[in-house]
Design a binder for this molecule. Structure first.
Ligand code: GLV
Ligand code: MN
Ligand code: MN
Length: 410
């Protein structure tokens, strides 16, 4: 049974964060990296962490770290936990924030229990996890680990043509200092990200908490189809060069390929130009998000979609191009960390793989990493209906606190 004060702390943080970047028309969140809403969420974190006496620092890549250092103890071998505060367009309240709020509550719980460790704890808020504005997911953790080069990152632009360089500078970051941060990485003993489950496995296994085994390889590809703008009411069908037909073909191909090979493939974002009801489009740009249990399957899905769309493009006399925007290889979380999580939680916790990307997937290549999932009753995510019961969230806090206690006292 969680200390009622921890439940109160959870409720009060949740309530304070709830209006930040919330879009009234959809009830979802639009907390895009380096916007005013993102800044407000980051300020919220800084003040909550400072109110707890944690030492808050922004790293060279714009990620926020709140350190709980043991008096006279080490400043390395830290248990780092946390997640992100940015969102997808009209995203849910839990994806990211649950990990951050739970991390702060877990520290409260350890303090309430009088637990003082020998090793540090840090709560991290990774910048730009969703990549909703500049296209590359996990930009903050990829910069930290050097997987994303500063040159490539800074040249990214948003839909209005604003560069990441300009957006970060405006937020007060010295973008000349971006890049891999060995000193900071060396301080991490283990990284444990708590996250709302983005599926229904835990509902089926009747457990509030799960341990992640790994993340499917996944990526984003940009498809562009360039045809010829013309009149919708006068251009004969045989005379058209309509890029929308190629897009339609690609959407259906994504579904067919995913079904055939047992992966997932989605077109969720499209830009039609000039976007006229009574005109044939001149150009369609669309983004494929594809994920699969292994790299070979992922490749087969994407190649199949590109081939089928390309064939259609030739038939329609439309130019087509496909470019990869990001790819994340398969991640297997450290068996040692999985065992450590199971031990701290008393064993028997269901284990599951996920198709969703996380900063933990990026960190896993550098430091021992694991993840805890909190049950989501509908499995819905990246949408306003994303949800977790309060009791399950508090069970997540307890679980994280138990893991923390075992690490810092060992
Ligand atoms: C992030 O949540 C992703 O899986 O795209
Ligand atoms: Mn997400
Ligand atoms: Mn997330």
């Amino acid at each position: 049974m969680t200390d009622p004060a921890i439940g109160d702390a959870f409720d009060s943080m949740w309530a304070a964060l709830a209006p930040v970047g919330r879009e009234a028309s959809s009830g979802g969140y639009r907390r895009f990296a380096w916007t005013a809403a993102d800044a407000q969420a980051r300020e919220w974190f800084t003040s909550e962490a400072q109110a707890r006496g944690l030492d808050v620092q922004r790293d060279r890549n714009g990620n926020l770290w709140a350190w709980w250092l043991p008096p006279g103890g080490r400043d390395h071998d830290a248990l780092v936990t946390g997640s992100h505060l940015d969102s997808v367009p009209d995203g849910g309240a839990f994806d990211g924030p649950l990990g951050v709020v739970s991390a702060l509550c877990a520290i409260d719980l350890l303090r309430a229990r009088g637990i003082k460790g020998r090793k540090p704890v840090a709560v991290v808020v990774f910048a730009d996890e969703e990549g909703a504005r500049f296209g590359v997911a996990c930009a903050g953790s990829r910069l930290l680990t050097g997987v994303l080069s500063p040159a490539r990152a800074l040249a990214l632009t948003d839909a209005d043509g604003v560069s990441l360089d300009d957006a970060m500078r405006k937020a007060g970051i010295d973008t000349a200092a971006l890049g891999r941060d060995d000193e900071l990485l060396r301080r991490i003993g283990v990284f444990v990200e708590l996250h709302v489950e983005q599926g229904r496995s835990l509902v089926d296994s009747e457990s509030a908490i799960g341990v992640a085994t790994g993340i499917w390889p996944h990526g984003r590809w940009r498809f562009s189809f360039t045809g010829r703008a013309d009149h919708a009411g006068t251009t004969q069908l045989d005379d058209r060069r309509d890029p929308m037909l190629c897009f339609g073909e690609a959407v259906l191909a994504a579904r067919v390929q995913a079904e055939q090979f047992g992966g997932l493939a989605t077109f969720g974002r499209v830009i039609a130009e000039p976007n006229a009801t009574n005109g044939i489009a001149s150009k369609v740009t669309a983004w494929l998000d594809a994920r699969a249990p292994d790299q070979r399957t992922l490749d087969r899905i994407v190649i199949g979609v590109a081939e089928r769309a390309g064939r259609r493009a030739s038939m329609e006399q439309v130019e087509s191009a496909v470019g990869n925007e990001s790819v994340t290889p398969a991640v297997e979380f450290s068996p040692k960390v999985r065992l450590m999580l199971q031990d701290s939680l008393g064993g028997g916790v269901p284990e599951l793989a996920t198709g969703a990307g996380h900063d933990a997937g990026v960190l896993a290549a550098e430091v021992p990493t694991g993840m805890l999932f909190v049950r989501n009753p509908t499995g819905i995510s990246h949408a306003p209906d994303e949800f977790a019961e309060r009791a399950d969230c508090l069970a997540g806090v307890e679980a994280l606190a138990d893991v923390m206690a075992d690490w810092i006292c060992a």
